[in-house]
Design a protein around this ligand. Structure first.
Ligand code: MGD
Ligand code: MGD
Ligand code: SF4
Ligand code: MO
Length: 670
């Protein structure tokens, strides 16, 4: 048989954006491996993608458009043609727009694919339609907000600098599950003699693979960093020369904030003994080039942006930034490398439209007026599973007067509530251009197999919908590849002509962020702004979490699993079988006082809902914290409610992010 090997890119929301080699036989992907020539992947794929062909050719793939025939949520549909589907959608939208205006339509999308064209291809359509806009802020905007407050537009350091570090701190990142190539590189550094620490809220697989793990109270990292800064300043470990030349407002921070932050004061908040805070401060300050890899877990709190801002003070005060390998790496921001506005076309917005937070979909569907949301169009996202406050989201999706269209690869929890379901291509069936948020790698790819069934890509569907609305602008008649070419045509200091040529040919390349050594800090003052008087909070300080005031005794962590990516990959039986569905990990002390034993069915509850779990008594979880891993599809959950029935629609202190980890619950036996 004729097997061809083609290059592609992992499309998922993962910092590594791996290069793939796909073996194709008779138009089917038969094997997927990591590209040995990709500079980050170097041949290594995570367990999720080892059998990507099982996702692509899953018997669960949707292959035709579907029209709802039963009650909402019943999952009863009948196949229809694309022509009829587009006609029905456009007819209904025209009626709704005539009655309520364009804002009655709400697009909802996130990160099913990270490709620059397919991910953003709904923007021009909905802008032209005059629809409500979606704030795409579910992941970690608080990290960006906290970083920006102190570091401005300073580009992230090159994560490869970690190689030169002698102390690597994996802070709020479950790298063994979510960033396996960073984990591999940290392990390699460890073999060369660097120490590696993890700071997490429970003993994750990452904690098992490092020299030392520190388990903090959820949302308590700001207190830890402030306690460390107190010790560093008190003991003369601050680099006064570096501070004088590079930092704004240190004197006020030192005078007003740090005196309140002794290790004794911070211990109860961060959950580590005062002596441990003292030791961490001394060892951090003594390290030659401490490298902090900052994850997103600690940002999804009512104090998340402030936590990031406080941690970013550490290398500013110790002077770690001066040493190759020293600093904080929050993730790369490569927005300037390609002119995304060529795809998103904000210029198609003819009059200002309202913006709705994707974290508050429940409120938007149930409570919004002027106009109410009467139609929801979901693409490459699964809000019925992944959005906070699942009960509110489902109540909204049940509304008979809500016209819902879902463009998906699978019959997800969200698609079950649709009036019309449209089948989506997978990444192997569509061209795109990828950049990456864990490094500066970038790669373009072509479709390597034909569409499965009648599925169509995001861009193709928006072209069809534009036609159905009667729009004849040439913009919507282009191909996805035309848009990729426009992104590449744009000249930028981020890539020279040779890099662009290699990108055009589908090779993995590195982009180069412009760097001016005379201006290392891209802030208004040109310094690292520990003091930022443009903010409501001018100085870093201790802020409480939301959950602290909820009145429930246990903190719940809805954490990630190595065998899925948010609600993606639950279609693969083997990957599902490597997880335990709806397992709640609890410390023995908490189980004993509640009379609960291992394996027992329990209910976790709070002000928002009740969710059934199977209890796992585990010493990996500290007293006071309970953990569940994975975001299961409702069809596999006996109780029908997922962990997000316990998470709230409240937002972070900066960036309007989700507060998915800022959750308090009580747990009882069933
Ligand atoms: N296998 C796998 N990979 C993934 C994903 C997945 O679901 N599974 N999701 C993808 C996506 S969308 C993203 S955004 C990234 C996220 O990847 P990460 O940045 O690793 O984020 P999380 O896994 O959400 O959280 C990281 C860790 O933070 C811990 N944590 C929670 N609260 C706190 C806190 O207050 N302090 C500290 N110190 N730690 C805390 C959690 O227990 C968790 O172990 O991973 C991506 N990759
Ligand atoms: N409890 C809990 N909730 C969470 C998280 C958590 O760790 N715990 N993580 C949060 C985070 S960090 C994030 S980023 C969000 C992620 O939320 P989402 O971005 O909604 O992520 P997924 O659950 O992976 O759903 C993506 C969907 O896109 C579909 N898809 C893939 N490719 C395409 C395509 O090309 N076109 C179309 N139309 N569809 C496609 C997939 O089949 C999948 O159903 O979830 C958040 N929710
Ligand atoms: S999910 Fe991440 S680690 Fe896994 S193959 Fe994709 S990019 Fe690589
Ligand atoms: Mo995310």
């Amino acid at each position: 048989m004729n097997v061809q090997t083609r290059r592609s890119v992992c499309p998922y929301d993962c910092p590594d954006t791996c290069g793939l080699l796909v073996e194709v036989e008779n138009g089917r992907a038969v094997r997927v491996t990591g590209d040995p020539q990709h500079p980050i992947t170097r041949g290594l794929l995570c367990p999720k993608m080892l059998h990507y062909e099982k996702t692509v050719h899953s018997s669960r793939r949707l292959t035709t458009p579907l029209l709802r025939t039963g009650p909402k949520g019943s999952g009863e549909f009948t196949p229809i043609g694309w022509g009829e589907a587009i006609e029905r959608i456009c007819k209904r939208w025209k009626e709704l727009i005539a009655a309520h205006g364009g804002e009655t339509i709400l697009p909802y999308s996130y990160a099913g694919t990270m490709g620059l064209v397919q991910r953003n291809s709904g923007h021009p359509f909905f802008h032209r339609l005059g629809a409500s806009r979606l704030e795409r802020t579910i992941c970690s905007p608080a990290k960006d907000a906290g970083w920006k407050t102190i570091m401005g537009d300073t580009p992230a350091m090159d994560p490869a600098a970690m190689e030169q570090s002698d102390l690597i701190i994996l802070w709020g990142i479950n790298a063994a599950a979510t960033s396996i190539h960073a984990m591999r590189d940290a392990q390699a550094a460890r073999r060369r003699g660097a120490r590696v620490w993890a700071i997490d809220t429970y003993r994750t697989p990452t904690c098992a693979a490092v020299d030392e793990a520190f388990i903090v109270r959820p949302g308590g990292d700001g207190a830890l960093a402030l306690g460390m800064l107190h010790v560093m300043v008190r003991d003369g470990l601050a680099d006064r020369g570096f501070i004088a030349a590079n930092v704004l407002g240190f004197e006020r921070f030192e005078g007003e904030i740090l005196p309140l932050c002794s290790p004794d004061n911070m211990a109860a908040v961060c959950g580590l003994p005062a002596a441990t805070i003292e030791r961490l401060a001394r060892e951090y300050a003594a390290a030659g080039a401490p490298f902090i890899r900052l994850g997103s877990g600690l940002t999804r709190y009512g104090n998340g942006a402030m936590t990031v801002r406080t941690i970013a003070c550490l290398p500013a005060v110790s002077g770690a930034w001066q040493h190759p390998g020293g600093g904080v790496f929050p993730g790369t921001s490569t927005g300037a490398a390609f002119p995304l506005s060529a795809v998103t076309r904000e210029d198609f917005i003819s009059s200002p439209t309202r913006a709705i937070s994707m974290n508050q979909l429940g409120q938007a569907l149930n409570e919004l007026a002027d106009p109410p949301v009467n139609s929801l169009y979901v693409y490459h996202s699964n809000p019925a599973t992944i959005a906070p406050d699942q009960n509110a989201v489902i109540r909204g999706l049940m509304r008979d007067d809500l016209f819902t269209v879902v463009h998906e690869r699978f019959m997800t929890d969200t698609a079950r509530y649709a009036d019309i379901v449209l089948p989506a291509t997978s990444s192997l069936e569509q061209p795109d251009l990828y950049r990456c948020y864990g490094s500066y790698a970038s790669q373009r790819c072509a479709a390597v197999i034909p569409p499965v069934g009648e599925s169509r890509s995001n861009w193709e569907v928006f072209s069809l919908l534009a036609g159905g609305m009667g729009w004849d602008e040439p913009f919507f008649q282009q191909s996805a590849d035309d848009l990729v070419e426009q992104l590449l045509d744009f000249e930028t200091p981020w890539r020279d002509a040779e890099t662009t040529t290699r990108l055009r040919q589908g090779e993995p390349v590195f982009l180069t962020p412009p760097h001016d050594p005379r201006q290392p800090w891209q802030t208004p003052s040109g310094r690292i702004e520990i003091l930022n008087e443009r903010e409501a909070e001018p100085l870093p300080r201790l802020l409480p979490t939301h959950a602290a005031a909820d009145g429930f005794p246990l903190r719940l962590q809805p954490a990630t699993t190595p065998y899925a990516l948010n609600s993606t990959f639950y279609e693969q039986d083997e990957l599902r079988s490597r997880q335990t569905c709806m397992q709640l990990m609890m410390n023995r002390a908490d189980a004993d006082v509640r009379g609960l034993v291992d394996g027992r069915q329990v209910v976790a509850c709070n002000q928002l809902g009740e969710v059934e779990f199977t209890l796992k008594v585990s010493e990996n979880v500290p007293a006071g914290t309970v953990v569940t891993e994975g975001v299961w599809w409702r069809e596999f959950i006996p109780g029908g409610r997922g962990v997000n029935a316990l998470t709230s629609q409240r937002l972070t202190d900066g960036g309007r992010g989700s507060t998915l980890y800022d959750v308090a619950v009580e747990v009882r036996g069933v």
